[in-house]
Write a protein of this length. Structure first.
Length: 430
C-alpha cells in the first residue's frame, strides 16, 4: 500500500509548484514522510533551500526538521510515487481558462510516471478537467493506462493567503480518487497532516465542482454588495452603515463591497462559466456577478475624478496617492490586482498617480504592470485612495493624511476602514 511505503520512507511524495498552495503542503508532509519539492524557477528554489518562503507567508521555522529536497530538475521526481500538482490555473485576457501550467506539469509528470504511481491535482479547474484534459496527457507521455497502471485523484486547495488562523491543517480537506481504492488511499495520506479531517467526495468531478463553487458563491455575494454600493451612492447613504444595521438580524449574511482580484475569487467563476457554456447553458448570475466585480476598479476611479472636479479643481495634472496595490490585505501577491484598474482609469483622465504598498515587491509590480512603486509619498496630493486595508493602514487617522494633502482634498476609503475618522476632508467609500 502506498501509504505504508511513504511512512517507511521507501518512496517519496512530490509537490509540483511551490507557491502559496504547494509549499505549505510540501512542508507539512515533510514532517511525516520524505518529500521532493519542485518548482520551475531556480531563484525560488534557492531561497527555499535557505529556509525562505518566496511568498512571505511562512516563517523560517516552518522549514525546520522537514525531510524535503527542493529541486528544479524534473529528473529528481522519478524517486517519488505520489505526485501532487499545485500549479496556477489563471485566465487569459479574454477571461477563458488558461490550462498551460497544469498541462505542462502533467506532461512533465507523465514522462517520469511509473506503474503504481499516484497523481493528485490541487489546482482549481472546472469539473471534468482532471479526467478529460489532464489524464490523457499523463497517458500519452507515460505510455501507461489510467486506473490500470496509475491512479489519479483531486483534492482542491483551500489556502487563504494572509490568513494565520484558517491554515492548511485546520481546514477540512476534500479528497477524491478515480476508484474506491485510490479514493481511500488518498484520503488516508492527507489525514496524516490535516487536523480538521478529510471529506471523501464521491468522485473527482464532485471534488472539482465543490471547489469551483466555493469561490463563485463568494464572488456573487460580493457582487451584490458592490451593486448595492453603487445604488446607495446615488441615494447618498453609506453602504457600511446600511450593512451594519441589516447585520443585526441573525440570518443576514455578512459580505461587504470591495475589489475582487487575485487568483481565486476573481478567476474561478470564469472556469465554471466556461464549462457551462460548453454544455450549452449561459450562466446569467455567475456572469453578471463577474461583470459587476470586474468593473469596480474603474468605477472607483471615475468617482474619484468626479469628486476632484466637484471640489473645483482641474483634473488634468491632479495628483492622487494610492495606498496598496496587492490583491488583498496583508499579502505580497499582486496577481490580478483590481487596484490596477483604478490607476488605469485615473491615468486616462490625465491624473498623476503615485502608488505605495508596504507588502508589494517593487520589481514584481514593475514587471507585471509597468508601475513604479514609490517607497513613500512624494509631495502633496489632491486625493488619497486607501485601496487595500493592510494592517499598517487600519489604525491611521486624519492627522496622518493632513501633511500629505492639498486643500480642499478627498480621501477615498475603499473598504470603509476609516469611517467616522475623517472630518476635515471630503470622504467617500464604497
Amino acid at each position: 500500500m502506498i501509504l505504508n511505503q511513504l511512512l517507511k520512507k521507501e518512496t517519496a511524495l512530490s509537490v509540483i509548484g511551490l507557491g502559496y498552495v504547494g509549499l505549505p503542503i510540501a512542508l507539512e508532509f515533510a514532517k511525516k514522510i520524505k518529500v521532493i519539492g519542485f518548482d520551475i524557477k531556480p531563484e525560488r528554489i534557492e531561497l527555499m533551500r535557505k529556509g525562505i518562503d518566496p511568498s512571505n507567508e511562512l516563517a523560517s521555522e516552518a522549514f525546520h526538521g522537514a525531510d524535503i529536497t527542493f529541486t528544479y530538475s524534473p529528473a529528481d521526481l522519478k524517486s517519488a510515487s505520489l505526485h501532487i500538482i499545485a500549479v496556477p490555473t489563471p485566465i487569459t485576457r479574454n477571461n477563458l481558462p488558461d490550462l498551460n501550467s497544469v498541462i505542462m506539469a502533467s506532461e512533465m509528470v507523465g514522462k517520469i510516471l511509473k506503474k503504481g504511481d499516484y497523481v493528485v491535482y490541487e489546482s482549481t479547474v472546472y469539473p471534468g478537467c482532471t479526467e478529460e484534459d489532464c489524464v490523457p496527457v499523463l497517458e500519452k507521455f507515460s505510455g501507461l493506462k489510467y486506473i490500470e497502471d496509475f491512479k489519479v485523484g483531486f483534492s482542491p486547495e483551500r489556502i487563504n493567503p494572509g490568513d494565520k488562523h484558517n491554515t492548511l491543517t485546520k481546514v477540512t480537506k476534500v479528497t477524491s480518487g478515480c476508484d474506491d481504492e485510490s479514493a481511500e488511499n488518498i484520503a488516508k495520506i492527507y489525514e496524516l497532516i490535516i487536523e480538521a479531517g478529510v471529506h471523501r467526495a464521491s468522485s473527482i468531478k464532485v471534488a472539482e465542482a465543490a471547489k469551483i463553487i466555493e469561490n463563485t458563491q463568494r464572488d456573487i455575494n460580493i457582487a451584490f454588495m458592490n451593486e448595492l454600493s453603487i445604488i446607495f451612492n446615488r441615494m447618498k447613504i453609506n453602504t457600511y452603515e446600511v450593512l451594519e444595521a441589516a447585520g443585526t438580524k441573525w440570518n443576514f449574511l455578512k459580505f461587504f463591497p470591495g475589489l475582487v482580484g487575485g487568483h481565486c475569487i476573481g478567476v474561478d467563476p470564469y472556469y465554471l462559466s466556461y464549462k457551462a457554456k460548453s454544455l450549452g447553458y449561459h450562466p446569467q448570475i455567475i456572469d453578471s456577478g463577474r461583470f459587476v466585480n470586474d468593473s469596480m476598479g474603474r468605477y472607483i476611479g471615475k468617482q474619484t475624478v468626479k469628486k476632484i472636479i466637484h471640489a473645483g479643481k482641474g483634473i488634468k495634472d491632479s495628483r492622487v496617492l494610492i495606498m496598496g496595490i496587492t490583491f488583498k490585505e496583508n499579502v505580497s501577491d499582486i496577481r490580478n490586482s483590481k487596484v490596477v484598474d483604478i490607476i488605469s482609469e485615473l491615468n486616462e483622465f490625465g491624473v498623476k498617480v503615485d502608488v505605495i504598498d508596504p507588502n508589494a515587491v517593487s520589481h514584481e509590480v514593475k514587471e507585471e504592470y509597468d508601475i513604479e512603486l514609490k517607497s513613500e509619498p512624494l509631495g502633496k496630493y489632491d486625493a488619497i485612495i486607501v485601496a487595500v486595508n493592510h494592517k499598517e493602514y487600519t489604525s491611521l487617522n486624519e492627522a496622518f493624511f493632513e501633511p500629505l494633502l492639498n486643500e480642499p482634498a478627498l480621501i477615498v476609503d475603499v473598504k470603509g476602514i476609516m469611517r467616522g475618522k475623517i472630518k476635515k476632508y471630503s470622504y467617500w467609500s464604497l
